[in-house]
Write a protein that binds this ligand. Structure first.
Ligand SMILES: [Zn+2]
Length: 211
């Protein structure tokens, strides 16, 4: 594609090999807009690109090509209401599961989880399951029906985590109610401030786990 046929905004000049001419050239590095088809959906994204004035042609570096696709995939996920890779990873991490055990629990291939976490677009039924277990109570229910699919030692640890966390949330809620400082009396406030701090810390921990 030649220069006047596509938008191009130069960011910098660079002297390096042009893979089309196969020799070193004075090149322009800049930004353009690309249209990609992702699962039948046309998506326009900004992408970085090189322009070779000598040959009047454009080329993407391998990294820029990859970034272009990842940008389109992110946009596709937003439009389809799908989780982003880092959200999938966060769901797995909040239950302290390795990719292997997460895959076993879900009945998916380990490579599937790895691919989703590194940018491949997930299937919608898989996304539905992930959205469901994102919620701690739902995960609890799901885990209890599927725990036999993973190593008993690991299952025991997760069950322990679930129990501690359930207990922790109840404890945090209880502390929160008790932590409301009594009005006016300074002595009482001082006495209670330590208590507030402690229970606040407890609540924050639980919320961090629940986030
Ligand atoms: Zn060239």
């Amino acid at each position: 594609m030649t220069k006047d046929k596509m938008p191009f905004k130069e960011i910098s000049k660079i002297h390096k090999e042009c893979p089309v001419c196969e020799i070193e050239r004075d090149l322009s590095y800049g930004e353009t807009r690309d249209r990609l088809k992702v699962r039948g959906l046309e998506i326009e994204v900004a992408s970085k690109i090189h322009y070779c004035p000598e040959g009047d042609h454009y080329f993407h570096s391998i990294q820029d090509e990859e970034d272009k696709f990842q940008a389109a995939y992110r946009d596709y996920r937003i439009r389809k209401g799908l989780l982003q890779p880092e959200e999938i990873r966060a769901i797995r991490k909040q239950y302290k599961l390795s990719q292997k055990n997460f895959a076993l629990l879900l009945g998916w291939g380990e490579i599937t989880i790895h691919r989703y976490e590194t940018g491949a677009i997930q299937d919608e039924p898989h996304n539905d399951v992930l959205m469901f277990i994102k919620d701690f109570d739902n995960f609890k229910t799901y885990f209890l029906t599927k725990k036999h699919s993973i190593d008993p030692g690991v299952a025991f640890k997760i069950e322990d985590m679930i129990n501690k966390r359930t207990f922790g949330i109840v404890k945090a809620l209880f502390s929160f109610r008790r932590s409301d400082p009594p009005p006016i009396q300074n002595k009482m406030n001082l006495h209670y401030s330590g208590h507030v701090e402690n229970s606040q810390g407890c609540i924050d921990d639980e919320l961090a786990l629940a986030a």
